[in-house]
Design a binder for this molecule. Structure first.
Ligand SMILES: [Zn+2]
Ligand SMILES: [Zn+2]
Length: 331
């Protein structure tokens, strides 16, 4: 009986946490990030309304507030997966997610350093703090780029990442439309790279260095989140041909979701465009919106909209493809 009540408590507690995400600063949909997205989105709407002579229709109403987007079958799948993940992830991540403190100990052992406590002394000056804020941000962005690239380039990992790319319309909740294994790999990428940066700073500074905070987060990550929600919308915001070579705009990521031949696999970065440039996957959007379709393309998208399809299709596909490889080898 106790287990039954524990299960009910677990479900109610985690669903409540998911509903209260707009109040949590570590959520993409933290209310200041939503407000800034609405504000920037409105500015973009008025800009395009003045610039676009052919299409004077209300881009913002049609492309952002439309029921066709927010109640599309794909958007409804996003909402369902958001709440299902809220129930799966606490257990799944509890088992598999790397802990920053353990990571520090691993790095210490790897290099053969002995330290009684890495948390002592927060006396470093402002230069250390600014340096750490920037390096942490760059490392975190790089780690997530590598993880995202692995999800695209390693065939069995792509099956998990397909869940995100099967979205047919984009809303800020599409950020959360991802298979738990996809989310775990992305988290590992970020934690490993930023953990290594943190360890280097502890090692060099002889103690923990604080980051410069804004809204309780690394200042640069918080700035990025002010515009980050617009990635998963249909509001076209580019940083132009020059800045677009250095920074990932919302339009960069919208093109990442395109299934047009010329866009496939482009723009895997989140904030800095330099990783895509080095890897040869950067596609800089500039000027008015290109015509492109979002999703997996063809008829495949329709097989990735139900919750059981999103959770189990990757495993089915991997088993099916592995079987085919063995069969082809033996023929
Ligand atoms: Zn996306
Ligand atoms: Zn992707």
């Amino acid at each position: 009986m106790q287990t039954f009540y524990d299960s009910i408590y677990y479900v109610v507690f985690n669903l409540t946490i998911a509903l209260l995400a707009p109040l949590k600063n570590d959520s993409f949909i933290f209310w200041p990030f939503i407000l800034s997205s609405i504000f920037i989105g409105l500015m973009a709407h008025f800009y395009w309304r003045n610039v676009e002579t052919k299409n004077k229709s209300l881009i913002f109403d049609q492309r952002f507030l439309s029921k066709k987007i927010w109640w599309h079958r794909s958007a409804r799948s996003d909402y369902v997966l958001y709440f299902v993940n809220a129930l799966i992830l606490p257990i799944f991540f509890g088992f598999f997610l790397l802990n920053q403190d353990e990571l520090m100990i691993w790095f210490d052992r790897l290099v053969g350093v002995e330290r009684s406590s890495p948390d002592i002394s927060n006396h470093q000056g402002v230069i250390w703090q600014i340096g750490f804020t920037v390096i942490f941000f760059i490392a975190y962005d790089f780690g997530r780029f590598v993880a995202h690239s692995l999800l695209h380039d390693v065939p069995f990992l792509w099956e998990f990442h397909k869940v995100h790319h099967s979205a047919e319309v984009l809303t800020p909740i599409t950020s959360y439309r991802a298979h738990p294994i996809d989310l775990l790999i992305m988290a590992w990428g970020g934690v490993l790279a930023s953990g290594l940066a943190t360890w280097c700073f502890i090692y060099l500074a002889g103690g923990k260095v604080n980051v410069v905070l804004f809204l309780g987060l690394n200042m640069l990550i918080a700035f990025s989140n002010l515009v980050g929600n617009l990635r998963h919308t249909h509001i076209w915001i580019t940083y132009g041909p020059l800045f677009g070579k250095w920074f990932i705009s919302p339009a960069h990521h919208q093109l990442h979701h395109s299934n047009e031949e010329r866009h496939i696999g482009c723009n895997r970065g989140f904030d800095l465009a330099i990783w895509d440039r080095l890897y040869g996957t950067l596609y800089v959007p500039s000027g008015p919106k290109e015509k492109f379709e979002i999703g997996l393309g063809g008829n495949e998208g329709k097989n990735w909209q139900k919750i059981h399809q999103m959770l189990f299709n990757p495993f089915r596909q991997i088993i099916k493809k592995t079987y085919q490889i063995f069969r082809d080898k033996n023929d």
